[in-house]
Design a protein around this ligand. Sequence first.
Ligand code: SF4
Length: 474
Amino acid sequence: MSLHSPTTPRFPDNVRQALRDADLQAALRGARNGFVARRAAAVAAVPEFDAIRDAARAMKDHVLAHLDLYLEAYEARVTAAGGHVHWAESAEDARRIVLEICRAAGARTVLKGKSMISEECGINDHLAAHGITPVETDLGEYIIQLRGETPSHIIAPAVHVTVPQVREAFRAAHRDLPAERSLDGLDRLLAEARGVLRRRYFEAEVGITGANMLIAETGQSVIVTNEGNGDLTQSLARVHVVLASVEKIVPTLEDASTILRILARSATGQEMSVYTTFSSGPRRPGDPDGPEAYHVVLLDNGRSGMLGTEWQDMLRCIRCGACMNHCPVYQAVGGHAYGWVYPGPMGAVLTPALIGLEQGRHLPNASTFCGRCEEVCPMRIPLPGMMRSWRKAEFARHMTPRPMRWGLGAWAFLARHPWLHRRATAAARAGLRLMARGRGRIGWLPFGRGWTAARDFPAPEPGGGFLERWAKRS
Ligand code: SF4
């Protein structure tokens, strides 16, 4: 999947393919319950968890109402510390700026920490097209880079890959290692990746990381990782580039700690990620290590256009991944089916905002509206409500398929004429009972083949429909 040509418009085909992919289904089955159980235990251990969520939501809403002020304050701090802030209105701007920095540094190899903004901008492809080799240092990102894939989850990019597939990728890529070596067991795979990547750390001139937060008060960028790869990426290379989107800003260190208390618990069920690293700029005289130059590329790419709209709340997202870990649709099809950078419920809201409803219109419909995503979102983002807003926008722009428009129109007409509704539903019930022929289920529906292809439709029970039963009870 190329990030510059999303396959999101082909979401239904992607889903069919994902459901048929036995390796993917095995990988998803293996990952399914781990995140959910760990999050539940981590949250239960913090009685004030909901109060922290409320504080985080209020803080982010305040930031979004004063985004320009906080971004300017942040820029001033970074500049005062000797760093450079670059404003990128679009992904294309970000690619150009990053390439210029890499060229100025004479870079031939660039280390990468995990960054979804880098994925959004297609940084790797762009650097590679200009003769610069990007090397992913996060283990999951490294695995999918070897396989020529994009991440399928925002915090576990290789969650769709099985262990035998990792083994196969390592054997194909690490040809300088003995062919007869054993790669049995996760420890051996881990040790091999670590050994290979350690060598690369000393070859690179530039290290690119994302940022979980940018702190306006101090001008710091913050990354949280479990592998320490981000720290090596940003401190060993001569030049450190932080690639972050504008909504990552928080006012103070105190606010950053509020987010840290809910981030790892929601993401992986840890109290804290193993490493939480604050970067303050280039190396100062007397510092034992650190980069000689420090650049921050601040990406907008459509986010400022979301301010003041019904999708503004999405800008509170801290990319914990909890919504996708709890989503029955994501759990069934994985992340690649969504066709662009951001999968799951958060992707279903964010993708149409960033690449347009024309391309992303299927995603807000890929929801059972069970509400689990909103329930677990640490930033209390009303994801189902925003998906519903996209569906309304889709309908208003006449993008909904005609049969569905007709169906909704017919339903709206009936809903406005209760007597007709009663007669129509009574006739439909009678028809369905006839089709069931006393078996209690229907195996084939002329207007519901998508449903009956995979499961039976229950026949209506005797005793009337919902309204009749409700009237009797009342
Ligand atoms: S929408 Fe909420 S749950 Fe989903 S990634 Fe963002 S913060 Fe996490």
